[in-house]
Ligand binder design. Sequence first.
Ligand code: AMP
Length: 420
Amino acid sequence: MTFQAPKGVPEFWPPRSATLTAVRTAFADAAERAGYGYIEVPVFEETQLFARGVGESTDVVSKEMYTFEDRGGRSLTLRPEFTAGVLRSVLEHNLHTGQLPVKLWTTGPAFRYERPQAGRYRQFQQFDLEAIGTEDPTVDAETIAIAWDGYQALGLSRVRLLLNTLGCKECRPLYRAALQDFLRALDLDEATRQRAEINPLRVLDDKRPEVRAKVDAAPLITDHLCASCKAHHDQVRELLADLSIPWEDTPRLVRGLDYYTRTTYEFDHPMLGAQSGIGGGGRYDGLSEDIGGPPLPGIGFAVGVDRIILAVEAEHGPGAAGQARCEVYGVPLGERAARAVFGLVTELRRAGVAADMAFGGKGLKGAMKGADRSGAAFAVILGERDLAAGSAQVKTLETGEQSEVPLTEIVMKLKERLGK
Ligand code: AMP
């Protein structure tokens, strides 16, 4: 009997996994430079946290959660997203009683029971960033700038930023009512009618052309904003302009999670086909209260690491992030030499040189093939006679040129030739 990974779960192995780590590093570096610290949160939480945080009527909660009962009879759910868990942790450990905003990032798998297809998985990797405890629109712009810099660091030149606002608890209900009036007057199918009653904003997000055409003249949130939401939105846009970050105003943009207020945004990559969303975020000023906390505004984003890998490959070809580099490759001939080469390779690694060697008593030919494949600049060949003479042969793999170097000097000489 053989086993396979569960359906809809992508796996990553070398060399492609280097792109995965490069994506995480690009966003983590951008976040750390901006004063965000790493938080480790659980992969599963109490089911109610997501039901109340993300919203019962969302697809994520009503259809897509991996929920199970543990042996103690508790209902637990594998996280379908990070924000609710991060905020729960901040509140539980009183991080919000110190300096605000609390700036945090995290990364890892999230789980949604979706129909698997290219770019849509049941276990997918996100990088998540949250700034909790301020309403300052500068922080909205800061989160966008960090995501933008992450994409830029990966060489993604075709990312589009779609920007909207969803208003606040003052103006959104008025807009919602106006939108509902408009939708009730349309000839819509039963399921869409029901959606218009429960969550009318979601109807604007319908991908079917016939529905799109009908809602074309729907009222827009941007025409119904209260003065403070309008001022907030204008400030975010001015700040983005100051930073030369291009965006597209998209007044129909709504997001799949219920907690968003005011600033909302998505990042899109045009080469990815149907699953083109490579990140999304926004404000969630009411979420803390929804999950039993004090009033505490917040904003954050999650980017989809799996899809960003596809975008990097689409723009730059597979393997663009490069393999794990090897600089020096050890070629031992005989058992005693293998022991000495292992010692040398370890010494090189400790001196900051990426080094590997041939294992398993390979002959010269097989071991040299390994050296070529490794991408190393130098091979260190050591036979019985070299060992007796206290030296090794250092071969420059590109030119084939070879010279004898005393073992006592070899680490220093190799570092020198590698420019270290
Ligand atoms: P969301 O939490 O729905 O706002 O999603 C944020 C980002 O995560 C999206 O823009 C996608 O890039 C990614 N994402 C969400 N769901 C999936 C999925 N099922 N498979 C792969 N990536 C996903």
